[in-house]
Design a protein around this ligand. Structure first.
Ligand SMILES: [Zn+2]
Length: 454
């Protein structure tokens, strides 16, 4: 065990628990038990938490008090009560956030947070320490399946320059390096010289895992690929991809370049760590912390497992500012199967299907998932970056950044390929110097810029 890892796990964490009342380790131990619970035991635990949440909403949260939920109904069947609560859109929450604050909750214990705003306006919301520490515990529980612990050395591959002052950057770097055993590297604007330097750094630093957005990780892997033979990552246990769709070809590329398993973390700033992939390849839901439903994109009615739809989450721990059945903006498919060879009994998310606004709509009302653009792009080698934006129901723009040795005929070929998937939509190709990731550092391959029509 490295000195730093020893320091973090044997001294820093216990000291934080003792001095600040940090309980991440306690929650982690609990979750390492409940991950193996029989389905009926897990259901009872979630029902108990749901009851507490619904009682708090009925008693002190103006947005829910007006629904007239009775305590007797909650006690009888909290699941049935939950299903009667209307789906909460981000826009509705943002219009009146104060109505979701629990008036009976001690305001001094609120922790403010804000989403990155990769699409639309950032969302401001509050949670409390209990909630945050359960998110952290869910992350460490998922990583424990890969033999990664809180002191494990990591490298975070970031998508955009971090917007901090020089002083703050230095402090953040110090804190990262010594308190989190983590270094941060940028995936963009690298020169070939930087690549050689990064490889030397990785070989010297010997991280136990790499962590980053799928797009940043794969950009990094693409750059390193020609020199991958020089990589000597003896302790690398996993590459952890978070927050964006991880495409199969990206996963393969990461595996090839770094020579370790690649896994998906499903998390959102305003919903916590929702799921983690186990070594059997199943994305297990953090079921102790949240209820995740999948609903139809137009009617908002729940769809059966196996069918893709919009993700709706209910955070079971956040009593400070509860958001019930909150529409996260993601699409996913739940698995009808239960049980996993890894022994974890938590429900399984079969697939993450991308952002809600990555679904295109045709003039006849049909929906087409934007993932096809990524698949198509693999036929061509003329494009460094691409992005398909549907600006209106009958128009779309294919933005392309060309490689140095690009073939001009591929522009129209790609455009025609794309148009074939979007009958009735006029697709225009536009060559641009570069496509920036969103403010949050996330990169979008497909975006729809209008609301879905019923
Ligand atoms: Zn599993």
């Amino acid at each position: 065990m490295s000195v730093n890892k020893f320091f973090i796990e044997k001294l820093l964490y216990p000291a934080m628990e003792w001095k600040k009342g940090n309980r991440i380790r306690v929650y982690l131990q609990e979750m390492e038990q409940t991950q193996y619970a029989a389905p009926e035991v897990l259901r009872a635990l979630r029902a108990a938490r749901l009851k507490t949440l619904l009682h708090a909403c009925a008693a002190g949260v103006p947005a829910y008090q007006s629904l007239g939920i009775s305590d007797a109904a909650i006690e009888r069947d909290p699941w049935a009560v939950l299903r009667t609560i209307p789906i909460l859109k981000k826009s509705a929450f943002q219009a009146q956030p104060q109505r979701y604050l629990n008036t009976r909750y001690d305001r001094s214990r609120l922790i403010a947070n804000v989403t990155g705003g990769s699409t639309g306006e950032p969302v401001r919301f509050f949670m409390d320490r209990y909630t945050v520490e359960h998110y952290e515990a869910a992350r460490w529980r998922g990583l424990s399946w890969w033999d990664i612990t809180p002191g494990s050395r990591s490298v975070m591959i970031w998508g955009n320059p971090i917007e901090l002052s020089q002083d703050k950057q230095r402090a953040a770097r110090w804190k990262d390096r010594f308190l989190k055993n983590r270094m941060i590297l940028s995936a963009y604007d690298l020169t070939e010289q930087d690549v050689a330097r990064y490889i030397r750094f990785l070989n010297r630093y010997q991280p136990e895992y790499l962590y980053g957005y799928a797009s940043a990780l794969s950009t990094f892997a693409d750059l390193l690929a020609p020199f991958a033979d020089a990589l000597r990552l003896r302790h690398l246990k996993a590459v952890v991809s978070t927050s964006e769709t991880l495409y199969d070809h990206q996963r393969q590329r990461l595996q090839d370049v770094f020579g370790s398993p690649v896994l998906n973390e499903y998390g959102a700033r305003d919903a916590g760590i929702l799921g983690y992939e186990c070594p059997c390849g199943h994305l297990h839901l953090s079921a102790e912390n949240c209820i995740l439903e999948v609903v139809d994109p137009v009617t908002f009615e729940p769809v059966p497992p196996g069918q893709s739809g919009l993700v709706v989450t209910t955070d079971l721990n956040n009593l400070a500012m509860p958001r019930l059945r909150y529409l996260l903006g993601d699409t996913a498919t739940l698995s009808p199967e239960t049980g996993c060879p890894c022994g974890v009994t938590l429900p399984v998310i079969r697939s993450l299907d991308g952002r809600e606004d990555a679904i295109f709509q045709l003039p006849d009302g049909k929906l087409v998932h934007g993932n096809f653009v990524n698949q198509l792009s693999r036929k061509y080698d003329s494009f460094r970056q691409f992005q398909l934006v549907q600006t209106s129901i009958d128009r779309a723009e294919l933005r392309l950044v060309l490689c140095e040795q690009s073939r001009p005929e591929e522009i129209d070929a790609f455009r025609q390929d794309v148009a074939g998937f979007l009958p009735g939509v006029e697709v225009r190709a536009v060559v641009v110097p570069r496509i920036e990731p969103g403010k949050s550092g996330k990169f979008r391959y497909s975006i729809r810029q209008f609301d879905l029509h019923a």
